[in-house]
Design a binder for this molecule. Structure first.
Ligand code: PGA
Length: 257
């Protein structure tokens, strides 16, 4: 994957909006923004997925889930398995989002979830990112550890099916009192570092097959700089994906008008 790879934009709605009716409306607005362009993934709350996938059947939108179970099937009350998601038309699943890590999800559980996604034929979007940056560069080892643990035992032949999203917590719009998006340079440095970690784990050929996204306060204003300078092959968008005008600005930059 290189700079000519078409960009992927993933709209993480998180726990929004409140009702199915409002979700239908938001999807209608997003569909108008997309106008048939490929490479946009909508990730709504799970209860809305079936209905929204049905509604969007004639569009180019793909769908993702925000989480999945670390188990395949069975006595796990409240859990949702990869095969269930796959059977309703879900193609992607976010794994290890910082908001789930914040609720106690460990690297070990994230590793199991990633394996379940791959086994179920769904593309995992593995979120990694440091809580804060220190002057000695320890944050690199934080991200390296997250990548290494999640990908443990994932064979080289499957690594091309994994997407990694670099989302530093200090940049996520809702994660801190004063979020600031990473500069394109900060994001670029980390995409290179993640690629190097993948090369160490596999080899250059396989490392290149992994799509790396950037996420954290991406909006219509900063997207141009991030496309030009971050080295990311796409973006994970939270807050701005709930604002159709802002989202339109992002898509116009990533996919053309
Ligand atoms: P944000 O969220 O774009 O609102 O910062 C990104 C995310 O948490 O995935």
């Amino acid at each position: 994957m290189d700079s000519r790879t078409p960009l992927l934009v993933v709209a993480n709605w998180k726990m929004n909006p409140r009702t199915l009716g409002a979700a239908r409306e938001l999807l209608r607005d997003i569909t108008k923004v997309i106008r048939g362009k490929r490479g946009v993934v909508v990730v709504p709350p799970t209860p809305f997925l079936t209905e929204l996938i049905k509604t969007a059947r004639s569009t180019a939108l793909a769908f993702g889930a925000q989480d999945l179970s670390q188990h395949g099937v069975g006595a796990h009350t409240g859990e949702i398995g990869a095969s269930m998601l796959k059977s309703i038309g879900v193609s992607y699943v976010i794994v290890g989002h910082s908001e789930r890590r914040g609720d106690g999800e460990t690297d070990g559980v994230i590793h199991e979830k990633l394996r379940q996604a791959l086994a179920g034929g769904i593309t995992p979007i593995l979120c990694v990112g440091e809580r804060e940056r220190d002057s000695q560069g320890k944050y690199f080892s934080v991200v390296e550890e997250q990548v290494r643990t999640a990908l443990r035992e994932v064979p080289a032949r499957k690594i091309g099916q994994v997407i990694i999203a670099y989302e530093p917590l200090w940049a996520i719009s809702t994660a801190s009192a004063a979020p600031r998006p990473a500069t394109p340079e900060d994001a670029h440095e980390m995409t290179l570092f993640i690629r190097k970690t993948l090369t160490d784990l596999y080899d250059r050929v396989h490392a290149r097959k992994v799509r790396i996204l950037y996420g954290g306060s991406v909006d219509a204003k900063n997207i141009q700089g991030l496309v030009a300078g971050s080295g990311a092959q796409g973006f994970l968008v939270g807050g701005a994906s709930l604002r159709p005008d802002d989202f339109k600005g992002i898509i116009t930059t990533t996919h053309g008008s």
